[in-house]
Ligand binder design. Structure first.
Ligand code: NAD
Length: 294
């Protein structure tokens, strides 16, 4: 069996098209376009290129993207004050804290100050709580990207054995909730699963295998159940190349669908950020939109 490749660039293009259409409708009604701010602490060249690609995607969709670079000397309380200012600024619809942040900044604490209605990463505790109850459209971007990929296969997840490797707060944990919403049977594995020597047993029975670890080629193709769907979230630099957590060539011979790295989960994640920007904008403008419809 050779797996069908889940082309993230194509999927990102298709989802972007839908977002673009929605924004065009708002523009036609004379509303402002959604405006987002990416706050970057310090001016790191490597992560700047990521911001540039976000800007390009935002522009293409019709979202105003502003990069706010603040001094690397900023302290935690000054940073939180800045977030509060942006929360109060009606010209800002969405806020993103650029990662990585310097060591002296507590990212999780800072992120909890971003207003839930402007939280583009869906990581404010209020949004995480609402997500668990299925009560917010603002979903963490990478888990949302994985769900888009799974949706694109057309496979019903109900009752499927989904094995998720990685239990981080930005990927594994929120993703497990979204999978549960689809009535999948979800197993979450992590470092201790490996240390207990049980990882391969879990992988062997997975109808859907999702890997978000950050270790190049950790997962071998021979462990994968024939016909499984394989979603590789990992991004690792190896011999000057970007590779995933799954051994791509051997896994492609066993899986029914597989995401490549690069070009799989990543491009759709950026578009999910834009979808959150649009959802945040809609939450903030709900009453205006309703009034215009009447
Ligand atoms: P993290 O370091 O916060 O979590 C890693 C997880 O892997 C933990 O649950 C840990 O217990 C588990 N783990 C580590 N070694 C293991 C092993 N040998 N066996 C089993 N489990 C093991 O990482 P993260 O922030 O969730 O990111 C994971 C990967 O996904 C990274 O490569 C990151 O770059 C990538 N990532 C990609 C996107 C994207 O949009 N494509 C977004 C976020 C993260």
């Amino acid at each position: 069996m050779t797996a069908k490749v889940l082309d993230g660039r194509k999927l990102a293009f298709n989802v972007s098209k839908d977002l673009k259409k929605e924004i065009a409708v708002f523009k036609k009604r004379g509303a402002n376009v959604p405006r987002m701010v990416n706050v970057m602490i310090g001016d790191d060249e490597g992560t700047c290129s990521y911001a540039k690609s976000q800007k390009k995607v935002a522009r293409d969709i019709g979202i105003e993207y502003n990069l706010k670079v603040v001094s690397a000397e900023i302290n935690q309380s000054e940073f939180i004050s800045l977030i509060k200012e942006m929360n109060a600024d009606t010209k800002v619809n969405g806020i993103l804290i650029h990662k990585p942040v310097p060591e002296h900044i507590d990212y999780a604490e800072a992120a909890s100050y971003v207003s839930p209605s402007k939280d583009l990463e869906g990581i404010n505790p209020v949004n995480i709580g609402k997500m668990m109850m299925g009560r917010t459209p603002i979903i963490p971007c990478t888990p949302a990207s994985v769900m888009q990929h799974l949706k694109s296969t057309g496979v019903d997840l109900r009752g499927k054995e989904v094995v998720l490797i990685g239990h981080s707060t930005i990927v594994g944990r929120p993703l497990s909730m979204l999978l549960l919403d689809q009535l999948a049977t979800v197993t979450i594995c992590h470092i201790a699963t490996s240390q207990a020597g049980k990882l391969i047993d879990h992988i062997r029975r997975a109808d859907v295998l999702i890997v978000a670890v950050g270790k190049a080629s950790l997962i071998k193709g021979e462990w994968i159940k024939p016909g499984a769907i394989v979603i590789d979230v990992g991004i690792n630099r190896q011999d000057n190349k970007i590779v995933g957590d799954v051994e791509y060539e051997s896994a492609s011979q066993k899986a029914s669908y597989i995401t490549p790295v690069p070009g799989g989960v990543g491009p759709v994640t950026v578009v999910m950020l834009m979808r959150n920007a649009l959802e945040a904008y809609k939450i903030q403008n709900e009453s205006i939109m309703k009034a215009k419809d009447q």
